[in-house]
Design a protein around this ligand. Structure first.
Ligand code: ZN
Length: 136
């Protein structure tokens, strides 16, 4: 039900922002989904659709939703090196495991430069709204 909660948060944010901007009609929103975020995009899209309909407001009837994946980027705390999934050369299975449970990333990933397991995730987590377009 994680997708539904996210969809609710997105719709609430869109409505709030459009009020602030004085928009009468929202035409398009773009959502960025982190590569490490566990999300079923089909369920998420379905949830967004259903919640949009349930709002029963003309504000959202023309809204198109575009989704984009935000690449995961890691930074080594020891040497400052930054890298993404493409650079670590993990096997398919490990890649799947990390996508499925981001918290296990530390068990698999080492800094490709100095081999330290001490790194942070710079981006690629969570869901954010990149932009909201509409007419006032
Ligand atoms: Zn390093």
């Amino acid at each position: 039900m994680h997708e539904w909660a996210l969809a609710e948060a997105v719709i609430a944010t869109v409505i709030e922002e459009s009020r602030k901007e004085g928009l009468e009609e929202i035409t398009k929103i773009k959502i960025k989904i982190g590569e490490l975020q566990q999300i079923e995009t089909e369920i998420f899209e379905f949830a967004l659709n259903e919640l949009t309909k349930a709002q029963g407001t003309s504000l959202l009837t023309k809204m198109k939703v575009e989704m984009d994946t935000e690449r995961a980027i890691f930074r080594c705390r020891v040497c400052g090196n930054e890298w993404g999934f493409d650079d670590v050369g993990l096997g398919e299975d490990e890649n799947e495991a990390i996508h499925f449970a981001p918290e296990v990333a530390h068990a698999y990933i080492r800094c490709p430069s100095c081999k330290s397991p001490d790194f942070e995730v710079l981006q690629g987590r969570g869901v954010s709204i990149e932009y909201i377009k509409g007419r006032g």
